[in-house]
Design a protein around this ligand. Sequence first.
Ligand code: F6P
Length: 548
Amino acid sequence: MDDQSPPATDASAIDYAWRRLLAAGETAQDSEILSLFETEPGRAERLSVTAAGLFIDLSKQPWSLDDLVTALVLAQMAGVEPAREALFAGAIVNASEARPALHMALRAPAGADFKAAGVAVSGEVEATRAKMAAFARAVRSGELKGATGKAFRAIVHIGIGGSDLGPRLIWEALKPLEPTIELRFAANVDPAELAQALAGLDPAETLVVVVSKSFTTQETLANGEAARAWLRAALGPASDAHLVAVSAAPDKAQAFGVPAEQVFAFWDWVGGRYSIWSAVGLSCAVALGFEVFERLLAGAAAMDDHFRTAPLEANAPVLLALAHVFNRNALGRPIRAVVPYSQRLRLFPAFLQQLEMESNGKSVTADGRPVSQLTAASVFGDAGTNGQHAFFQLLHQGTDVVPVDILAVREATDGDPAAQKKLLANAIAQAEALLVGRPAAEVRAELEAKGLPAAEIAALTPQRTFEGNRPSSFLVLERLDPERLGALIALHEHKVFVEGVLWGINSFDQWGVELGKSLASRVLGELEGGTAGHHDPSTAALIARLKA
Ligand code: F6P
């Protein structure tokens, strides 16, 4: 295979495999997931997989074991295996930006030999990792001091999208109960967020880490400038020693005023939403300790190994992708809920929103033709049990079937282990309730046993009936440690990649966010008093109103 170009696939074979999957969906539409457990002995085991310390149970998904085979044939025909090879080989899988997508190189153990479009990169990756480790140790030990000679006690991490969501998730998931270094975040151009991040901090003890792959993002530059002004107002010109930058455009970061030795580079072959493993994770590496960051990388690398080597039928990212594709394409379900039963993982749905919807929210194939299948589902969610008291009503009794991914952590990280059991019990119970539901006859019998009048029983029974047959996946982390968190994120990165291959799209570009960005700068000029440009009548009226 030419490692500079994605693999060729046989269009008619893919088309046939898709038709078979859609036909399987028509049958699945009318069947009961629960009854599949009777007709398919060993279903729970066959549809469960363990990878890199994660257990994933896909047996409550709406597919039969035959449907799984059909889906695996599709994966084979669509070329998941050669595409996977091309990805790891550093081929140009992001054609519209003429780049590889080689985030796996960032978490590979020392001595790896990754090449991006034929150019060796592992050496540079290791050198940057060593620079991050040295910086993290110097800050944590107090050896590196601020302009007034004080050690650093706080970091304000400024970035947005992929330069924010991953670090925020990791900090929230792994932060100690009493951190020695406090880490705060500002992403939104709404000045309220930065104001809150800076509130109460002593500039003399604060590092400001500006993270932007492009170093041109309006929100990040605005917040970076405001934070720089905050430092300068308190500490004068020497305050630049409190500035750190992470970027694939290091010259721009230096021009911003960041001392060269505090600029950490990464590369254009690292997509923003795949960048937590690079120096984008620096704030976390400093605040959590570099050893913790290395363990996160190791967990992701273990998932890479699994994804790269496991056969399709036992491959966790592939099976998860196929379960999601079965819901999305064979059953036409446009939304998926993600519910981590872990307060520390409450930001995981927000992280997945960017990973999945920015990667796979596409309508044209990698070579520019309209897609032949529906692509990414919308993703939403919140921590369980909180979500149960908010949107679960719709999951159980709404008119749309919304597949749910439930994440559970077996051992408590903090607090009372008995309370952890309550959390787990809720996670399991919700999956069961979604699957089994509650038939009208059972509701009626219960109401009769309570002695309710017949009219009341007739009125209440339909309200209290759950039709069930609602699909879910169940993912278990033995405990929420850096390794398993790394594996969980990498699992979803590869799942998204597999889906992209099945749909024939480029999962690594994001042209759909550009139009809004350029219109925003035009509108800003007008709100600031510039001449009115051409707009549709509704927008023109809105600008006139808000300008006034
Ligand atoms: O929202 C578009 C986007 O380009 C994301 O893909 C990216 O993660 C984010 O903006 C931030 O970009 P940058 O890191 O270049 O500031």
